[in-house]
Design a protein around this ligand. Structure first.
Ligand SMILES: *Cc1c(COP(=O)(O)O)cnc(C)c1O
Length: 482
């Protein structure tokens, strides 16, 4: 599916604004149309666009939400597909344990802890819980994908899965691997020499590149990572230390992806991982849900209509949170409520779902700059695959400003001792928004009685690989804002 990704730069009004007077710029912006309507006409139709354009933190709870049984077929993937992905990860586990000795204690399965964070819950109540009705009912937990082995972020789910699937496809076709084999055979010099003739490429704001680059290199592939301007220097350095070819762009994520996709197009030995459109990535993320179900069971946490589960997921292009949400819906149905959180400067999924434009518009089309300290979420145009197929399955969309992200980083460090990156901290902005929207809760039958038994999971999507000095700066910046 060729994406319209390059529109992002073409429709930006910022580059020529310097020579024009402010009023001329305003006039031009007012006259510019997006799919046949001016920005003011869009706002008249979709009033919350005003908040998005003004960068005011806001929330929208989805009035197109449908019963899971009705909306799940929209996705075009099934429980059997998630089973298949889980089984593939299991086949690869012995090889992973050999390549990454730190995964031996979990026999090569990459999974993250689920932890109750009562002290963080108390800290959030203290910070935001006035009046008392704004205090969070139920229990707050954190899913620490920040601690996922190998690459320290949620991308260790989808990104690594897609590399493994590609390696399996190639090795089976080449007769280097047969169904039922011990996959450790793929660490043989013969297999590595074979993989070395193939390249895996990806466009990334950082963490996806890290996951794909590290795993591809570990198997012996050549790897090319096309990095947007937002990518942190340490992520590029780390990849280069693994022998990955890092190509840097001065533009945003959509441009890096488009460049990577184009370069791979004409090279049959290069496989491009398409973060904007990949069902494979999506399924890798979806496996998380059944593992989470096991963890909830371990803690004796019921999930049903009287014990609702809220999951708050930081969203960039949407693949990670979309895949996890799909998995959650297959497991918990209507009892799970998935809420996506994005930076005020990069609300691409909010914009796409709210307006029904999906990936046909970028935040830049509406004059929003896609500049945020949350590098993992700095995406101006949503995944069309996720936006279109998950439109009736997601409960809500929330935006949060960058200062708030740093406050959350500092609060979590202070209250619970977990250190996460700013993108990841977006999850903690979700719960207050659910509390503030009584209409949404009423519509879904989320009574006070049910809310009292709710489980809230903030999905902490990344952070353990952030260098210590950089993490200390994040925390200090947040502390100064508290
Ligand atoms: C990539 C990323 C996300 C969001 O995942 P998408 O698939 O881009 O929506 C969230 N948090 C972190 C830390 C990430 O790296």
């Amino acid at each position: 599916m060729p994406g319209p990704a390059t529109n992002a730069t073409r429709t930006s009004t910022h580059t020529d604004a310097d020579t024009a007077t402010a009023s001329a710029t305003d006039a031009r912006a007012a006259a510019r149309t997006i799919h046949g309507a001016t920005v003011s006409e869009w706002i008249a139709r979709y009033p919350k666009l005003r908040d998005l354009i003004d960068l005011t933190p806001t929330a929208w709870f989805n009035d197109r939400l449908a019963p899971t049984a009705q909306a799940l077929p929209d996705v075009g993937l099934t429980v059997a597909d998630v089973d298949d992905a889980a089984a593939r990860l299991k086949r690869f586990a012995p090889l992973i344990a050999e390549l990454f000795p730190e995964t031996k204690p979990t026999a090569g399965i990459l999974e993250s802890p689920l932890r109750a964070v009562p002290d963080m819950q108390a800290a959030l109540d203290e910070q935001y819980g006035r009046p008392l009705s704004d205090q969070l009912p139920g229990q707050l937990w954190v899913k620490l994908d920040s601690e996922l082995p190998v690459s320290g972020s949620i991308k260790a789910r989808g990104g690594i899965y897609e590399v493994l699937k590609h390696a399996e496809d190639l090795a089976l076709a080449a007769g280097l691997l047969h169904p039922g084999d011990d996959y450790r055979t793929l660490a043989s010099p013969e297999a590595r020499a074979f993989f070395a003739r193939h390249t895996i490429a990806v466009g990334s704001t950082g963490n996806l590149g890290l996951s794909i680059g590290i795993m591809a290199a570990a198997l012996g592939f050549k790897a090319a990572v096309h990095m947007s301007a937002d990518a942190r220097q340490w992520k590029k350095d780390k990849l280069r230390s693994h022998g990955v070819n890092v190509v840097e762009y001065e533009s945003d994520y959509s441009v890096a992806v488009a460049a990577g996709r184009k370069q791979a197009e004409h090279d049959p030995t290069t496989y491009f991982v398409d973060d904007e459109n990949s069902p494979t990535l999506f399924l890798g993320y979806a496996v998380a849900a059944r593992r989470l179900a096991g963890q909830l069971q371990t803690f004796d946490i019921p999930v049903d209509m009287d014990h609702p589960l809220f999951v708050y997921l930081p969203c960039g292009v949407g693949g990670g949170p979309g895949g996890v949400s799909f998995g959650l819906k297959t497991v918990f149905g209507d009892a799970v409520h998935c809420v996506f959180v994005e930076p005020t400067h990069s609300p691409c999924m909010f914009l796409g779902e709210y307006t029904g434009l999906f990936n046909d518009a970028s935040v830049q089309d509406f004059g929003i700059d896609n500049r945020t300290a949350a590098d993992g979420l700095a995406v101006g145009r949503a995944s069309g695959f996720v936006a279109r197929r998950m439109a009736r399955l997601l409960d809500g969309f929330v935006t949060v400003d960058d200062d708030e992200l740093f406050r959350m980083v500092a609060l979590l460090d202070r209250a619970s001792g977990y250190d996460i990156e700013p993108s990841s901290a977006a999850a903690f902005a979700g719960p207050q928004r659910v509390l503030k929207d009584a209409d949404y809760r009423r519509r879904l039958g989320l009574t006070d009685g049910r809310m009292a038994h709710a489980t809230h999971i903030a999905w902490a999507t990344g952070g353990s690989m952030v260098p210590r000095d950089e993490m200390a700066e994040y925390i200090a910046r947040g502390e100064a804002l508290l």
